[in-house]
Design a protein around this ligand. Structure first.
Ligand SMILES: *[C@@H]1O[C@H](CO)[C@@H](O)[C@H](O)[C@H]1NC(C)=O
Ligand SMILES: *[C@@H]1O[C@H](CO)[C@@H](O)[C@H](O)[C@H]1NC(C)=O
Ligand SMILES: *[C@@H]1O[C@H](CO)[C@@H](O)[C@H](O)[C@H]1NC(C)=O
Ligand SMILES: *[C@@H]1O[C@H](CO)[C@@H](O)[C@H](O)[C@H]1NC(C)=O
Ligand SMILES: *[C@@H]1O[C@H](CO)[C@@H](O)[C@H](O)[C@H]1NC(C)=O
Length: 356
């Protein structure tokens, strides 16, 4: 009886809310909350379905077989706030694909095959707070990559192949709080790369190949709370690189780097550790790669000895200089005495000659 009572009601709801797109919720998508939440995860789509409802706010298209995102794919979805496209085979994103998505807050493109971002990639994404691009195939970032992401708070670029970041690649992201660049192929960091990121709190650079950093590269990061440089190729660092981080407190991770343990390095770390606003959290885990006889030792085990050779050298030089100076004084004194003695003799001789 109840069943018969329900049936017409369901039919009415369906025919009213599903203009022509009733099929979407039957083709492997789960629709909830009056089609505000549409979950098409793992539904074997190879194209963006054209019949998504215009009032959908959360659209999950993860784990499908999408390969490209043509212009217009999301034309009718202005209400979208969350769009999940992770775990597909997307390699091409056409210019302006996302431009209708002016309310979008979260875009997940993790684990796709994207190898470059066109200048128009971020067009329309002025409200976006979180962009996930981890585990793609990006190799470089330039000034057009993220042009329109003015509201972004979190950017995840981990697990790509990024080797080059051009100056101002993170352009106008003055609100960005977290930047995840771990497990990429960066080898050096030049000034200007992080120039506008004055709200950045977390900068994760772990697992790259960084062997050199320009002295001013972290200076613009005036909110930085965590700088992770662990597992890179740093053998030495310059004191000024970290001294120029002007924050209230910043934690720095530096373990798993091939440190070249010499007196210079020891001095840099001694000075760094005396700066109250900097915290070298894994200082006790830093280990030496060079010189060969110290390989595998922790820096803290050997740091008392690192400057001994230098101290001895300095001592030897000082002693040598002292001896030379003393010798010179003695010699000078002797010469003076000889000369005055001779003079006296000559003078008396003269006097004697006058007398006689
Ligand atoms: C969509 O459904 C899958 C299971 O089919 C689930 O794992 C996933 O969390 C759902 N997505 C959302 C956004 O709720
Ligand atoms: C997606 O990529 C995976 C792994 O690269 C591959 O096995 C699969 O055939 C691809 N699917 C499509 C539809 O291209
Ligand atoms: C960034 O993305 C990677 C993979 O895509 C994920 O494993 C990692 O947890 C993400 N990091 C954060 C902080 O969300
Ligand atoms: C740093 O690494 C790059 C690329 O691996 C290399 O070409 C360069 O010589 C290295 N520089 C130093 C100072 O080791
Ligand atoms: C130091 O290394 C040990 C083991 O290698 C690890 O368990 C510990 O968490 C590390 N400590 C820090 C502060 O990284």
């Amino acid at each position: 009886m109840l069943y018969f009572w329900f049936l017409p009601l369901l039919t009415v709801v369906h025919s009213k809310s599903l203009p022509s797109s009733g099929s979407l919720c039957e083709k492997g998508c789960d629709c909830q909350g009056e089609f505000k939440f549409v979950n098409c995860s793992n539904a074997l789509f190879s194209h963006i379905p054209s019949n998504v409802f215009p009032f959908t706010e959360h659209l999950d298209l993860s784990q499908n077989q999408l390969t490209d995102l043509p212009t217009g794919a999301f034309r009718a979805l202005r209400r979208l706030r969350v769009l999940l496209l992770n775990d597909n085979n997307i390699s091409a994103v056409a210019t302006g694909t996302f431009s209708p998505l002016e309310s979008l807050l979260r875009l997940d493109l993790s684990r796709n095959h994207i190898s470059y971002l066109r200048e128009g990639f971020s067009m329309g994404l002025g409200s976006l707070k979180e962009l996930l691009l981890g585990e793609n195939r990006l190799r470089s970032l330039d000034h057009g990559s993220f042009l329109h992401l003015d509201s972004l708070l979190r950017l995840n670029l981990s697990g790509n192949a990024i080797g080059i970041i051009k100056v101002r690649a993170f352009g106008h992201m003055t609100l960005l709080r977290q930047l995840h660049l771990e497990d990429n192929k960066l080898s050096s960091l030049g000034n200007g790369v992080f120039s506008m990121l004055k709200s950045l709190e977390v900068l994760n650079l772990q697992g790259n190949r960084i062997n050199s950093t320009e002295v001013g590269v972290f200076t613009p990061l005036t909110s930085l709370a965590l700088l992770n440089l662990a597992h890179n190729h740093l053998s030495t660092i310059r004191f000024k690189t970290f001294l120029s981080i002007h924050t209230y407190s910043t934690h720095i991770l530096l373990a798993d780097n091939p440190w070249s343990c010499d007196c210079d390095l020891q001095r840099v770390f001694r000075k760094l550790r005396s700066i109250q606003r900097l915290f070298l959290d894994d200082y006790y885990n830093l280990s030496c790669r060079e010189p060969p006889e110290l390989q595998g030792y922790r820096l803290t085990e050997v740091d008392a000895e690192l400057c001994i050779a230098e101290t001895v050298t300095v001592l030897i030089i000082t002693v040598t200089v002292l001896i030379t100076v003393v010798a010179a004084i003695v010699m000078a004194e002797k010469t003076r005495k000889k000369r005055t003695g001779k003079q006296w003799c000559e003078d008396t001789n003269v006097a004697y000659q006058y007398q006689s």
